[in-house]
Write a protein that binds this ligand. Structure first.
Ligand code: UN1
Length: 509
């Protein structure tokens, strides 16, 4: 594992490290006795200072021609690619994500840079005809300004890049608050971005802080008019708070929240493929993706056979050292392990617990541990059959390696069950019937639908985002995220030499 970094990780505001604060250790969740690095957690003042630095640097950064900003993004992408393996190893060490997935996550930064480096030479506006002669209408994209990005640690590098790359490309400056438990990875990411892009001081600030300091700092920065846009990836309850706070400042935050993502298995499904999809999206990243599978909704006629194959797959799944070729490593952090055990108490008497040999019960949640609980945050993958609306396991996001299973008779019923929890991020259907697939696509409330693929695995240039409890309708990725980080400016240019009044000086044929 990576040796502990000699200097503690600290916030960087206007190009300089910020001293002072409470020092905590970021540990390796696969070996809780191994410290990956020390982190200095700053207070609310530092968050405000980060926003101030972003505010000060913004005009200068916006004045850099967009194609030149695009080149900065190209250089960032190249540097990340050159350091991909080291960064992925750090992801594996600090949050326990299996190395292959961690490398894929780093690849996602490069994909995002690949997309946006070209956008530097596009960032198109439009020319629009006027209803009057000798007059031309235009649209321009303008940067929003100084943006605050607050991200979770389950995707400690890919998801931040989804915000930070387009924000910078479009001429915004950033204050970023990463998760405390992925601070060492975040510091490496920040360093690669600043160095790779040759970013002037203050363009990209990072503030390591806990939730309380961040919410106080964000509230003060908004009050002081230092932040023009907030991007947040995390839980639905915190998303609601941020939505309410930014709403009071007439802002529309970009919110990417939780999910309870359904996977429908129809009678015509390729069952082995569906099992593979359920395994990857249920237990990959130990079930801690926002796109993780929540509930399998399987047609009653194939329920037994599907479960038989899923049981076999789960029994054969490798759980262990995330540096090895495993399906699942440990949970991200002790606080998630604690919460996950609380979720396991939601198992009801009418549920049939599988996959952990039935050992997990409400009064014995720790029976799910692999090995010595003190050594690492390892759990068995758990399948709970017989969940139904009204059960917390059916209704609520668990953010852990447990999936529910329920049955349906008609497609309409499957869609109702899929929509019932009120989230709407990702979804999947396994079917050989195109009509069924497209009917599902039409009726499902989710922002993302997979047909014969798992609920996870978004690509960096397709809109990503959810509805209902999963967000406020904002979308990331590809050209669509530019609507988060730019605002349209409409321009009319009258070269007639007289005052032409719209709707009043009507030109007749
Ligand atoms: C998240 O869990 O916050 O589609 C993002 C996926 C990943 C991204 C997930 N590419 O699962």
């Amino acid at each position: 594992s990576t040796p502990a970094s000699p200097a503690p990780v600290s916030s960087v505001v206007a190009g300089s490290p910020v001293p002072g604060g409470r020092t905590v250790s970021s540990t390796n969740p696969a070996h809780l006795d191994r410290v990956v690095g020390e982190v200095v957690l700053a207070g609310a003042d530092t968050f405000v200072a980060g926003a101030e630095a972003a505010r000060k640097a913004q005009e200068g950064w916006a004045a850099v021609p967009a194609p030149v900003r695009g080149r900065a993004i190209a250089h960032i992408g190249r540097l990340v690619e050159d350091n991909a393996e080291a960064l992925a190893r750090l992801v594996t060490d600090e949050i326990g994500k299996p190395y292959a997935e961690a490398l894929g996550e780093v690849r996602e930064i490069v994909d995002t840079c690949d997309f946006f480096l070209g956008e530097g030479r596009r960032l198109y506006g439009q020319t629009v005809p006027s209803e009057m002669p000798d007059k031309q209408l235009f649209t321009f994209r303008k940067p929003v300004g100084a943006v605050a990005i607050i991200t979770a640690g389950n995707f400690p590098v890919a998801v931040p890049s989804w915000y930070i790359v387009p924000a910078l490309l479009a001429g915004n400056t950033v204050v970023w608050k990463p998760a405390e438990y992925s601070a060492v990875v975040s510091a490496a990411f920040h360093e690669l971005f600043v160095r790779g892009g040759g970013l002037p001081d203050g363009v990209f600030n990072v503030v390591h802080a806990d939730g309380a300091a961040t919410s106080e700092g964000l509230a003060r920065a908004l009050e002081a008019g230092l932040v023009d846009k907030v991007g947040f990836t995390g839980s639905s309850p915190v998303g609601r708070e941020i939505g309410a706070l930014t709403g009071r400042h007439l802002q529309n935050a970009c919110l990417e929240l939780g999910g309870k993502n359904p996977l429908v298995v129809t009678p015509s499904a390729d069952l082995d493929l569906a099992v593979e999809g359920a395994l990857f999206s249920g237990f990959g990243t130990a079930g801690q993706r926002c796109t993780s599978l929540g509930t399998v909704i399987v047609h009653a006629s194939v329920h037994e056979e599907f479960l038989r194959r899923l049981d076999a797959a789960v029994a054969g799944a490798a759980v262990g050292d995330p540096r090895e070729d495993v399906l699942m490593g440990p949970l991200l952090d002790a606080k998630f392990a604690e919460r996950y055990e609380e979720y396991l108490t939601w198992v009801q008497p009418h549920h049939r617990v599988r996959g952990a040999q039935g050992r997990i019960t409400a009064d014995n949640p720790r029976a799910g541990f692999v090995g010595d609980p003190a050594a690492g945050l390892f759990y068995h993958p758990v399948v709970v059959d017989g969940v139904r609306p009204g059960d917390r396991l059916f209704d609520e996001e668990t953010f852990g390696p447990v999936i529910g299973v329920t049955t349906y008779e008609t497609l309409a019923e499957a869609v109702d069950l899929a929509n019932a929890p009120g989230y709407g991020l990702s979804s999947a259907i396994y079917t050989a019937d195109a009509t069924e697939a497209f009917t599902f696509r039409d009726r499902i409330g989710a922002g993302m639908v997979s047909i014969n693929n798992s609920t996870s695995g978004a690509e960096a240039h397709l809109p990503f985002g959810g509805n209902g409890k999963s967000g406020n309708g904002s979308r990331q990725s590809g050209i669509w995220v530019l609507d988060q980080f730019t605002r349209w400016q409409s321009v009319n240019w009258d070269y007639s030499g007289r005052l032409q009044k719209a709707q009043m000086d009507v030109v007749e044929l």
